[in-house]
Ligand binder design. Structure first.
Ligand SMILES: NC(=O)c1ccc[n+]([C@@H]2O[C@H](COP(=O)([O-])OP(=O)(O)OC[C@H]3O[C@@H](n4cnc5c(N)ncnc54)[C@H](O)[C@@H]3O)[C@@H](O)[C@H]2O)c1
Length: 252
């Protein structure tokens, strides 16, 4: 198997859990050195332990709060200090929208969802681009959502943040393509993670059957595979896409 990640350094925010953890595994399987960054120290340390146990790859946990620009800058600085480079970044940390509908959503809910899911991605892109522009190369993938492409009932605030992530992705892709940096986004449909369990509880399996033409949720690894491909040289001509990985949900 061609391990294209060998000699490269990947950073995954939200790497303590769900899609981020499986993407950290996928980068490690591909041979990259992986930085797992998260606010959840125990979960992040566990991802690193699992990488070291399962894969022949280096891994480091960095505690970060993506809502805090200084914390994010320190994350990128520590990555480069430890591994000497930052080639690939997956800006994935996110929180669910606790409100049932935008008309009953609170200011607190809006502030939290926007701070983590939109502003957090902007902080990460700023710090990563600072390094990648100097290096003259790099690949960034942001985690948006199906709710970043279409209107999803009950996802008003979350969907506004995720549409914002798609906007940031496209603008940065155009601005920095000629300087050697590819920026893209993935737009997952329903994925079986702690976030969806917290959001939908007992309704989850019923929702999954109706969510897309496949009639099931994605496993986190199915999103991870798309992220690793978007970061790889196999996707060298792919710039500024918001790629649905949603079992066909947005095709109908
Ligand atoms: N699960 C889905 O169905 C689905 C669908 C579309 C998009 N997404 C997006 O995928 C991403 C990952 O979601 P998941 O389902 O794997 O959820 P998850 O809850 O399993 O993982 C999210 C991770 O982000 C971390 N995090 C939260 N706030 C943070 C902060 N301020 N700073 C640093 N880390 C923070 C959490 O600690 C957690 O480890 C999110 O951006 C989410 O919006 C998920």
């Amino acid at each position: 198997m061609n391990r294209e990640g060998v000699g490269k350094v990947a950073l995954v925010t939200g790497g303590a859990s769900g899609i981020g953890r499986d993407t950290a595994f996928a980068f490690a399987r591909d041979g990259a050195a992986v930085v797992v960054a998260d606010a959840d120290v125990a979960g992040g340390a566990e991802t690193v332990r699992l990488i070291e146990t399962r894969y022949d790859a280096q891994a480091l946990f960095i505690e970060v709060d993506v809502t805090d620009a200084a914390s994010v800058e320190a994350m990128v600085r520590s990555t480069v200090e430890r591994f000497g480079a930052l080639d690939m970044a997956f800006n994935n940390a996110g929180v669910p929208d606790r409100a049932a509908s935008l008309h009953v959503s609170t200011q607190e809910n809006w502030d939290r969802v926007m701070a983590v899911n939109l502003e957090g991605v902007w902080h990460c892109m700023k710090a990563e681009l600072d390094h990648m522009l100097t290096a003259g190369k790099g690949a960034i993938v942001n985690n948006a959502s199906r709710s970043g492409l279409v209107g999803v009932p009950s996802d008003g605030v979350y969907g506004a943040a995720k549409h914002g992530v798609v906007g940031l992705t496209k603008a940065a892709a155009i601005e920095f393509a000629a300087r050697g940096i590819r920026v893209n986004a993935v737009c997952p449909g329903l994925v079986e993670t702690a976030l969806t369990r917290a959001r939908f509880g007992d309704e989850l399996s019923a929702r999954a059957k109706l969510a897309n033409p496949l009639g099931r949720m994605a496993q986190p690894e199915e999103i991870a595979n798309a992220v690793v491909w978007l970061c790889s040289d196999a996707a060298s001509f792919v710039v500024g896409v918001a790629l649905p990985v949603d079992g066909g949900a947005t095709a109908r």
